[in-house]
Design a binder for this molecule. Structure first.
Ligand code: SF4
Length: 610
């Protein structure tokens, strides 16, 4: 095969053994790579009901057929496992040299099984796999860990590691690389920690084989040029995703005080222009000329890499309007290896719980020092509060006081990311039907929705969400390239079919890629259904009560809230268009059409589908 290495590495941590296997063109064509490979492996190999933090969960690192080639934004991999936060499918993508080095070492994916008996570093150097003592690194934060490993293996080594959050099994701990490039929101860092795996280091020396090397070289050069010529490029380079703070404020969707409002009095102070005044540098993923990580010095004089999601969740959502302080919280989140989105959501929940007198200790909106101390408690699972919040908002609400479930801002256990949806039913549906729980990545429909008419619950919105899920959740996550050139500067989708052809020789149209995307999306859904079994209901695809019951009290959209009945009808329209039944379970005919007959059989046998 070209493009794909055709090789998987399977690592057994309890035995300290590794083996390589080959896979064929059928798997490659049907699932492409990245998320596609990850969900296929987890569906095939995990026992239903496995405890996500037990040795029997599997942790997958998977790249795609474009990863590592000299193509725009192709330095990414997906990290996936059954999630300890949601109990369903979990993954995230990370822009890292580790993606490039893993492929150059000769692997498209690494499957990590069982649990090491002591802290371990996995060193993969081409065909050599070593299980090294990670005892000296255990307890260090992700920045310190990476620094030490780079000192040992060189600055170009690809390192993926966890901080104390992952070690202490915080359910929203992530995997970190390159000082703040992090991924795996639904607790992939905790799964890594549960296996005593502190870090993975990749060193690869082989060149990737393209089907058409000359075409690949020319296309890559042309594509980088094309991106730089786009009209939005110059402004994007100035602010990256940070300009979204101003956009969200203008449109009343900036999450504020635990998603109770859509505008924040101090938005300007944490926005893109404020960031520009403080910026001291920029950082990005390998192979990228969009470079969206903007670095400022935080209030502790440390460097912190900012983007919209992190700033909104650790800023407006907790009532904090000082950008250097927001940056300091972001920095500690990265150091501990805690997902900053979930963390900001959890902190907002804690502040509201404190305000309502549901927890003893006082923590007020925007209180910087106390918040920083609370993050430390969460990362170390210290005390009642630290332990409670380390489980995420769904679990915290269940344990604290059932009344708090109305404003525990999650869907399927994953904390909602940084868009308030009182006024945007389409975005609410996009969150509710995302592959991993309430994440914006699968279908960021909100900017289209605000322009197209935000208050409607139309079928047109449903179509748009499905279309975006095909492109973003399917094509980008399985080719494993960053979607931002397409979204932010309008780099056309047709480029990716050309890239795929040059890399693999495969002639696949966009429609062909969308079919693959549907296969992956339905298999992901089947994974959730299998795990939740009899407990699965359509309520799993419904946003929290707050957005239906508590209208916005400020700004131009004052008085707005979601309509439960209309939302329910839109959800049913979504199910119908997807070929799912009225509970959101894929129909046998749908699975069969996508070549998932065996999945249909398994769901039927377990009496989970019609
Ligand atoms: S646009 Fe940003 S997230 Fe995407 S590859 Fe480039 S640096 Fe990474």
């Amino acid at each position: 095969m070209y493009g794909w290495t055709g090789r998987l590495l399977r690592v057994n941590l309890s035995k300290g053994k590794a083996e390589t296997s080959q896979y064929g063109a059928n798997l490659a064509k049907a699932y492409l790579g990245g998320r596609g490979f990850a969900v296929k492996i987890l569906w095939d190999e995990l026992e239903q009901g496995v405890d996500p933090l037990s040795p029997f969960n599997k942790l997958i690192f998977a790249a795609g057929p474009l990863t590592g080639f000299a193509l725009p934004s192709s330095g990414k991999l997906v990290v996936a496992a059954k999630s300890p936060l949601t109990g369903g499918y979990g993954d995230g993508s990370i822009g890292s040299q580790a993606a490039v080095q893993m492929r150059k070492a000769g692997y498209d994916a690494v499957i990590v099984e069982r649990k090491a008996d002591k802290p371990t570093v996995l060193l993969v150097h081409d065909n050599s796999v070593e299980f090294l003592d990670g005892g000296a690194l255990w307890g260090l934060n992700s920045f310190e860990t990476e620094k030490k490993l780079h000192a040992l293996y060189g600055p170009t080594a690809g390192v993926l590691c966890i901080g104390q959050g992952g070690e202490n099994l915080v359910c929203f701990a992530n995997v970190v690389s390159q000082e703040g490039r992090a991924g795996g929101r639904p607790g992939m860092g905790a799964v890594m920690g549960s296996k005593n795996l502190k870090a993975v280091v990749f060193l690869g020396t082989s060149d990737l084989a393209a089907a058409y090397p000359k075409e690949m070289k020319d296309l890559g050069a042309e594509a980088y040029r094309e991106i730089m010529m786009k009209p939005n490029y110059a402004f994007w380079k100035r602010q990256g995703t940070m300009s979204t703070i101003e956009w969200s404020q203008e449109n009343s969707v900036l999450p504020t005080r635990n998603f109770s409002e859509g505008i924040f009095g101090k938005a300007e102070a944490i926005g893109g222009f404020a960031m520009e005044k403080l910026r001291i540098g920029q950082r990005g993923c390998p192979q990228c000329n969009m470079v969206c990580g903007n670095i400022i010095r935080d209030s502790d004089r440390k460097k912190s890499e900012l983007d919209y999601e992190n700033v909104a969740m650790l800023g407006s959502n907790i009532g904090l309007g000082d950008l250097r302080q927001v940056a300091a919280l972001n920095r500690v989140a990265d150091e501990y290896g805690l997902d900053a989105i979930s963390l900001g959501n959890v902190l907002g929940f804690a502040m509201e719980a404190s305000e309502k007198g549901l927890i003893d200790e006082k923590i007020s909106w925007g209180e910087f020092k106390a918040t920083k101390a609370l993050i430390e408690d969460i990362a170390h699972r210290r005390g009642f509060r630290g332990n409670l919040l380390a489980e995420g908002v769904r679990s915290a609400a269940e344990k604290l006081d059932r009344s708090s479930e109305r404003w525990a801002m999650h869907i399927k256990g994953l904390e909602i990311s940084a868009y308030d949806c009182h006024t945007t039913p389409g975005m609410a549906l996009a969150y509710a039907t995302s592959s991993i729980g309430a994440h914006h990545k699968d279908a960021w429909v909100i900017s289209w929705e605000v322009k197209a008419g935000r208050s409607g619950y139309s079928v047109e919105k449903v179509d748009k969400i499905i279309e975006l899920q095909r492109i973003r959740a399917g094509i980008f996550e399985s080719l494993t390239v960053c979607r931002l050139p397409w979204i932010e500067v309008g780099f056309e989708l047709e480029w990716y079919t050309k890239f795929l052809h040059a890399a693999t020789g495969l002639e696949m149209t966009l429609d062909g890629l969308k079919l693959v995307a549907d296969r992956i999306f339905n298999l992901t859904r089947a994974f959730w259904i299998r795990e939740y079994a009899k407990n699965w209901t359509k309520e799993m695809d419904t946003p929290p009560p707050r957005w239906f019951e508590e209208p916005l009290s400020k700004g131009p959209m004052k008085g707005s809230r979601l309509d439960r009945e209309k939302y329910g009808a839109m959800l049913q329209a979504y199910y119908m268009k997807r070929g799912w039944d009225e509970r959101g379970v894929p129909r046998v005919s749908t699975l069969t059409r996508l070549g998932l007959e065996d999945v249909a059989r398994q769901l039927k046998k377990a009496k989970l589908s019609e």
